[in-house]
Every structure is written in C-alpha cells, then in structure tokens.
Design a protein around this ligand. Structure first.
Ligand SMILES: Cc1cc2nc3c(=O)[nH]c(=O)nc-3n(C[C@H](O)[C@H](O)[C@H](O)COP(=O)(O)OP(=O)(O)OC[C@H]3O[C@@H](n4cnc5c(N)ncnc54)[C@H](O)[C@@H]3O)c2cc1C
Length: 426
C-alpha cells in the first residue's frame, strides 16, 4: 500500500459512503463530513404512518449485474424484482381505457418515438428533444386520443426518467447513457437499510456544512460552519445543484473546463407526493394510473402502493414544470389540485386523504434538485469533465460525475469507487 493518507469525504450519500468504505479498506485515515443529521442523502426511507416509503430513490434500475444488488446481497438485504406496472389510463370523460386500447396506444407511441429518431437525424446539433416531438406530432391527427396519450407517455417514460421537460433536454444525448439489463427491483426493508452497514463502520461527522475548500500542493483545508479540517486529499460528492449554486467555494477556483461543464449540465427537478387514505378507494388491481385530461402544465402519474406497503397509500410523481409548480405552492393547495384529477378518474366520492407528505428536493439546500440531466448545450461527456481530479488533491464523485450511469444510485456508487481508486493511486 502507498503511504497512509488523511482523506476527507464530503457527503454521506451513496457515492460518499462507497468512496469512504473503499478508502478505509485500503488502510487510509478517512473522515466523512455530512451536512445533514443522517446518512443516505438522496436515499431516504421514511415512516409515513406505518408505511415505509422512499422519499428519494425507490427502484434499482436493471437488476442484472447491478452493483447495488451486489451490495444489498452482501449486507443480507432482500431484493425483489418488480414486473412492469399494470397501467390504467383515463380519457377526458373519466372513462378507463380498455387494456386493448392501452396496448394499441403504446404501440402507436413506439412508432411515434421511432419518428422522433428519424426527425433527429436531419436536425443540427444542440437542439431540444421537444423540437423532434413537435416535428413528429405534425403527423398525428389533432383530434385523436393519441395526442394526449403521447403527451402523457412522453412525460411518464422520458421526462420523469430525466427529471426535466422535453424543452430542456438534449435531443442528441438524451438516450446515450447506459443501463443494466433485467427488471427493476425494490428493497422491501428500504433503500437506506442497504447503506447502514457501510455508514456504521465509518467515522461520519454529521451537521458539518462544508462552505470552503482551500487547496494547495501541500494540504487541503476544509471549512465548515464551525470547524476547520485538514487533510491530504478530499473526495467531494455534494450534488450538482449545490455546486452550481456556489454553496461550496473553491480556493483557488476550479479549472475553467470543469467549471464550464458544471454549469452546462442540468439539475433535474422531480418530486413525490404521498397520500394516505383510510381504505383503498381505487382499482386495486392496477399499479400505475394516468389521467390523459390533466393539463400539460401540471402533469403527474400515480402509483398504487397498497401492495408494496400493505397500506392504502398513493404515490404521485411529477417533474420539471410540474415540480416547479409544486415548489411555488403550499402542500395543501397541491393536494387539492391533485385530488381534482383523481376524482375525475375515480369519481367524486373519493374522500380526502387522512394524511399527506410532499418531498421538496428542489428546495432542500443539500440537494437543490433531484438528479442531473444533459441540456441541449451540454454533452454527456461533461459528466466525465466534472469527475476529473484537480491537482491530485481534489477528487469528485456523485451521480453527476458518472458518464455511463448518471442520475442513478448505481451510478453514484460506481463514481464513489472510481474516485476512491483515483485518490488512493494518484
Ligand atoms: C425523488 C428522487 C427519486 C429518485 N429515484 C431513483 C430511483 O428510483 N433509482 C435510482 O437509481 N436513482 C434514483 N434517484 C437518484 C438517486 O437518488 C441519486 O442519483 C443518488 O442517491 C445520488 O447519490 P450521491 O451520493 O451522488 O448524492 P447524495 O445522495 O445527494 O449525497 C450527497 C451528500 O452530500 C451532502 N451535502 C450536500 N451539501 C453539503 C455540504 N455543503 N457539506 C457537507 N455535506 C453536504 C448531502 O446532504 C448528501 O448527503 C432519485 C432521486 C430523487 C431525488
């Protein structure tokens, strides 16, 4: 082993815990500084009444060969694959579409996506995904049910996945990242349980909000709101949104190329609203619901969590413009608005929920958004620029630094492992 180093890891999310654990295994002296009073970051399992819900990451995307599955197995946590959700869609009259009608719409939607790809080949670089959508939409009759279905499916399958509106997503790069094969999977004991073993073995200093990182060839000095820490190397895993906001100052400033990449990338907005009722008062044999009549400016999809939690709980997801709308509203007002659309699907007798809970990742000072995405002016390679070490002193991890699997828990984990190896070997 090389000389033992004093290494500080900033952030106790997936990336920070993975990096710190590996560095500790290599025999280095490792301290983790975390702004919150808990580990997990954008992984946060929460007791909502008696139902455990995931406020942040909920699914392991692609279970085959996924390092998060390996980690879960290593810490003896069960992993349950989930089949594709059974979808119910409702039209403007509040009528549920038949399974055959949904299947046809999905086939037409696949053809529509192919049209978008065809349109893309003729477009100059630097365009937004919405431009290909608009060009392909010109072929779809204005009065057909396919129009609102396309809107809803684009929202559900692309915008939610990237936590941004099509208007803000790169047409060239939106589907260029990689994924693990296989079904998605969930962790019945909660995502955070998988991280506990890693966190328990580490020296984590909680409530330490890093404000400044002063570095030279000799030493790195890290200033929090109350202390000064010194180390040989630092692994920085704070989210892209926090770096973009300048909440952590670098002295001297980061190299121009890294700083430019940091500001080109986008920090997506994605929020969840949980509603708990006294009883299940929706079709319980479906997992996912969509109302095709919901206005474009406030899109959402609804997951039935009654089977996963054993409780009459719904999870409403929105992103981009929908998330920004929620940010500007009181939670009660957002719940009221969502209930209008739920009653349009399930009838006016749907009672008010007995409790509700809304995430506010976009307003959380230690996240400032949900996960990164590539806007038209950026390149997927900007993730790699963000990852590059500075002066063999500063090392960068976190989902936004992973060129292959950004915006995911497994991307965060792999980035932590990469940064730990760099910090231990450079
Ligand atoms: C609503 C939502 C749903 C998601 N769904 C999924 C999903 O289903 N599947 C999936 O794979 N991914 C999902 N993701 C993405 C996934 O959660 C993240 O990619 C991943 O958890 C990021 O890990 P990280 O270690 O890079 O960052 P984080 O988990 O954010 O860790 C960074 C840590 O740094 C800390 N920090 C911030 N600022 C400071 C500071 N100044 N000083 C000290 N510490 C600081 C933070 O508190 C945090 O603990 C979702 C994310 C959200 C928000």
């Amino acid at each position: 082993m090389k000389k033992k180093q004093r290494i500080i890891v900033i952030g106790a999310g997936m990336a920070g815990l993975a990096a710190a654990s590996l560095l500790r295994e290599y025999g280095h002296e490792v301290v983790v500084l975390e702004a919150r009073d808990r580990f997990g970051g954008r992984i946060h399992t929460f007791e909502f009444g008696t139902a455990a819900v995931e406020l942040g990451a909920g699914w392991i995307h692609g279970e085959e060969g996924n390092p998060v599955v390996e980690l879960a197995e290593y810490v003896n946590q069960p992993v349950v694959p989930v089949p594709a959700p059974r979808l119910m869609l409702y039209d403007a009259a509040g009528t549920a579409l038949s399974p055959q009608a949904i299947e046809h719409l999905e086939q037409d939607f696949s053809a529509f996506i192919n049209d978008m790809f065809r349109v893309r080949t003729g477009m100059p670089p630097g365009r937004a995904l919405s431009e290909a959508r608009d060009a392909a939409l010109a072929q779809v009759p204005a009065d057909s049910l396919l129009r609102p279905a396309i809107d809803w499916l684009l929202f559900s399958e692309i915008e939610l996945d990237l936590a941004a509106d099509l208007e803000h997503i790169s047409l060239d790069e939106w589907d260029e990242d990689e994924c693990f094969p296989g079904q998605d999977a969930v962790l019945p004991n909660g995502f955070q349980a998988v991280l506990r073993l890693l966190a328990d073995e580490l020296d984590i200093h909680y409530r330490q909000v890093v404000r400044e990182i002063v570095y030279s060839a000799a030493v790195v000095r890290i200033l929090t709101q109350e202390k000064v820490y010194e180390c040989d190397r630092v692994v920085i895993t704070v989210p892209l949104g926090v770096l973009q906001a300048g909440h952590v100052q670098f002295i001297p400033a980061l190299p121009e190329e890294k700083s430019a990449a940091l500001h080109r990338l986008g920090m997506g907005q994605f929020e969840k609203l949980f509603l708990r009722f006294t009883d299940v008062c929706w079709p319980d044999d479906a997992d996912l619901f969509g109302n095709l009549a919901t206005p474009r400016e406030r899109p959402f999809e609804v997951f039935n969590l009654s089977h996963a939690t054993g409780q009459p709980v719904l999870m409403i997801l929105t992103c981009g413009r929908g998330a920004r709308r929620w940010h500007s509203m009181e939670t009660e007002a957002a719940v009221h608005e969502v209930l209008l659309d739920l009653r349009a699907m399930w009838g006016p007798a749907l009672p008010d929920p007995e409790d509700f809970l809304m995430t506010r990742w976009g307003k959380d000072p230690f996240a400032l958004g949900a996960y990164s995405f590539v806007p038209p002016a950026a390149r997927l390679y900007d993730h790699a620029r963000l990852a590059s070490p500075v002066q063999k002193r500063l090392f960068f991890a976190g989902e936004a630094t992973d060129r292959r699997y950004p915006a995911t828990v497994h991307g965060a984990m792999l980035s932590g492992i990469r940064a730990a190896r760099e910090a231990a070997s450079l």
